[in-house]
Design a protein around this ligand. Sequence first.
Ligand code: DGJ
Length: 751
Amino acid sequence: MGITTGTTTVSISHGWYGKPVEAEEKLRIFRLDNDEITYAMAVTEEGYLLHAYYGARCGEDDLSYLLRVQESPFTPRILKREQASFMDGRAFEYPCHGIGDYRESCFMIMDEDGMSACDLRYRSHHIAAGKPALRQKGVSCIPATFAGEDEADTLVIVMEDAHAGLTVELSYTIFKNLNVITRSAKVVNHGEADVRLSRVLSACVDFEDCDYDMITLNGSWARERIMERAPLHHGKQSVDSARGESSHQSNPFVALVSHKADEETGEAYGFNFVYSGNFFAQAEVTQHKHTRFVMGINPYDFSWLLRTEEEFAAPEVVMVYSNEGLGKMSRTFHDLYRNHLIRGQWKDKKRPVLINNWEATYFQFDTDKLISIAKQASELGIEMLVMDDGWFGHRDSDNSSLGDWFVYEEKLKGGLPNLVSEVNKLGMKFGIWFEPEMVSPDSKLYEEHPEWAIQIIGRDLTQSREQYVLDYSNAEVRDYVYGMMRKILDASNIEYIKWDMNRQLTEVGSTFLPGKRQRELWHRYVLGVYDLMNRLTTDYPYILLENCSGGGARFDPAMLYFSPQIWTSDDTDAIERLKIQYGTSLCYPASAMGAHVSDCPNHTVGRTTPFATRGDVALVGTFGYELDVTKIPQADREAIPGQIAKFHRFNPLVRTGDQYRIGNLYADSSFDAWMFVAKDKSEALFTFVQVLARPNYPSRSIKLKGLDPKKTYEIEETGQRVSGRTLMNAGILVGTYGDFTSKTLYLKAVE
Ligand code: DGJ
């Protein structure tokens, strides 16, 4: 158990055209094991780090035979191995560019002579209990998972390119009780010359075969993280972002799963990148029908100058293995993120039921309007009012005032402290919206500091949502914005922040960085965002931070490091949300999904759904309301206290339990169903949503999941007592009447 290393000797043989070569080779072996998984590597005599195995736990055998040292070269040489064929065919842990491995590489440099090849060889290694934080000199914070000394072990293999004077430290952490390995890479320049890093990916896994489907989460605004699944084929298939954020269009998540893998069976290798900027994830099926999977910062338009003794830390890739299908893969991600990524005082707490005024009023609100919403809301049991966009500068629409983080007095008559205290008097908390990374051309900030926008001097600057992006590589900009935020936060009792980010980057240039470092801006921008979020969460630990990016464009693990919840999508329609929340649940826990009940017809799709269904779908998340409670139909208003009671009752189960997906609209567009089961299997909540009603089919038979077969459960709504075995094997009969209807069943173990 843990990390072991040793040596072994293997024979290698190759040779065509009558020049056979037989030789022996001494290998240094590394193995990472927990009860359920094994990851094995070997270092050759030349110092190459080869991948041997990743998957279900193996016996205590010498796994070096998996290295396939048998070669079939094109032109044999007298050397021990035919090098080019070796480089292009073997499984490498961290492949380098330019030395004969023509598959996608993880590492590429440009030295002072303009040369790009690099050659990393083993130099040393060390093993530590626990998981050291990911650090880079001069960088305040790099999000990553964490673990105590008895929860994980970490192996660091130091590779060296002696010619370039560089080392690359490859970190591997294996978690003891989770099927998780995390990886990252840190480059250090020990040489005397500057080196330019052209790509520094974080992980590579060379699979032995290509019999996998690739699952990705793609979409657009208001339809984020829609699952796509396709068999791998020869060549390269990838997802990426080159927009400066993890993006609506693709999420930094990929799973490679066996063709027949479903929710319960088959192998699934999940990969998730703990990063909020440009990413790249690619599976490549090679000439030998192996698969190379790589993930890391997108090399597109990336370049980083590394001077002597400087270092560069590539963010972390989380790798989850399951041989019990997608369901177990997801539950492992959920447990990892809930216990080893999300931090802060709100991490394990039920979040306040909030009402957000965005869909209720957009920009047209004032103190009186907000108080009228809060009054009604507080009477119904809602616990927090969130004032969304439009409270600052002179903002009446999206065309001004970003960057002017002082109160719009005409709207908030009496000021913010007055509004907050009025809301507090109603027994409610108060939350506020910021978009700290942006500046409007029509703002005081831009008037005073046009040079603080990301720009290329002399070129027209592209507007998007009539705004520019601030240059967060510049600490002065961050300090200034933070100073304004602090004034607001210190003056009133603000207990929640929604941090929004509503545009992608263009004309990526900085008036602050020197010419040689301009291409670093993509990454420095993200590091700047982390820096400010880190300061905010450190200085105001009691504030509940919710991330948001035009809906869910930055729903990634790095954001979860700072905020326990993220706004999932601007699409609040209960039916659209089924696909969005399903895709999101592949790797992110329900405890992190911002989900609200909104008014109908829905603002994004115009659909009308029953209020009860909207509530049941929003229960799979942080739960709240996004509507004008003073205007909705009386029947809906009357339903709110019941919905809130349901949230208070079941949220602990949803937040901490195991999620089992039963139906999904990808497989059958007529219904969706899921369960949350307590870790000790003592209780469960089953939810069913009928998208389209079917005539003459009063009910469906649905097999439940995740229960204890030996326990008997009482179904509260029917009073029936049935064993877990029967409920899972024979199922239950569920029926509802009407399109878009839903039903929940609560199961309690009674014996
Ligand atoms: C995008 C967010 O996703 C919305 O919820 C809202 O906050 C708007 N921005 C405000 O501009």
